[in-house]
Design a protein around this ligand. Sequence first.
Ligand code: G4P
Length: 299
Amino acid sequence: MSDTEIKSIQWFPGHMAKTRRSIKENLPLVDAVVEIIDARIPLSSQNPEMGRMTKGKPRLLILNKRDMADSNVTDKWISYFRKQGIVAVSMDCKTGKGLKVFEKALEEELLGELIKTRREKGMVGRPTRVMVVGIPNVGKSSFINRMSGSKKAKVEDRPGVTRTKQWVKLGNHIEMLDMPGVLWPKFDDQTVAHKLAFTGAIKDDILDIETLAMMLLEYLADNYPSLLLSRYKMETNGLPGKDLLTLLGRKRGMLISGGEVNTERAAIMLLDEFRAGKIGNISLESPVSSKDIKENEDG
Ligand code: G4P
């Protein structure tokens, strides 16, 4: 992929400026910011401007989709963030696992002091107010639906809050400011773009699907060879991505006339299966640098 192609998809200045304004305007109304990221790519799915945008407001990170990630690696990420003083929890919004841990981390670890002070001042029963942000596809809506039950429970307007500000109940004590919390990922380097494409956070029709599949296969061959063996009966033996993709297509009988492999079909199948979690529990980034996605040599 050329630099120009990356530039055209990497940054959406109009959207970002709007979100930035909205966060800035609403920050004084909340006690904390909850940022949802993808447990498989905790760095690439974070918005690098978040810290600056939220200007010292307590921030909690949710590593969502933990059911799809490698649990050993997710645990390492949680320790990694916590060592930096960032409260982080992992969650699976498909089943709702981790919701209780989230509530505890928010109300005891992150905001314990604030809640205690409020209680001492007689402000008992005041809800904890948060804003929820994250890049597309990390599971913001799933999280909100899980936390609020099937229906989004709107909260009455209250004094001091203008009519346009809507609060959604997330459980008994927590309220979320209903605002567009969609951030855009920022990727200056290609590997971040590729990881976002693997997980489906950015559309793959703007990237070459076969190149993506080759890179994913090389990463899997380096880091999760047993998963390739068990799902596709593929012995990887240090093969380059191009050969891995051909082998995959052959294993799945994806042939075109003349016995050649339909590598495009194989690539689409691989990415679909990866995104559906069918290959196994896979993390694409690790805090202790495992072999990373290789740069596409063709640029
Ligand atoms: P967004 O608001 O941040 O854009 O994300 P959204 O909640 O729409 O979730 C994006 C996709 O990720 C959805 O799948 C959703 O079901 C899935 N998802 C969210 N959280 C989790 C999780 O913890 N684990 C797993 N495995 N998947 C999760 P979809 O294919 O777009 O829709 P559908 O499968 O719900 O029909």
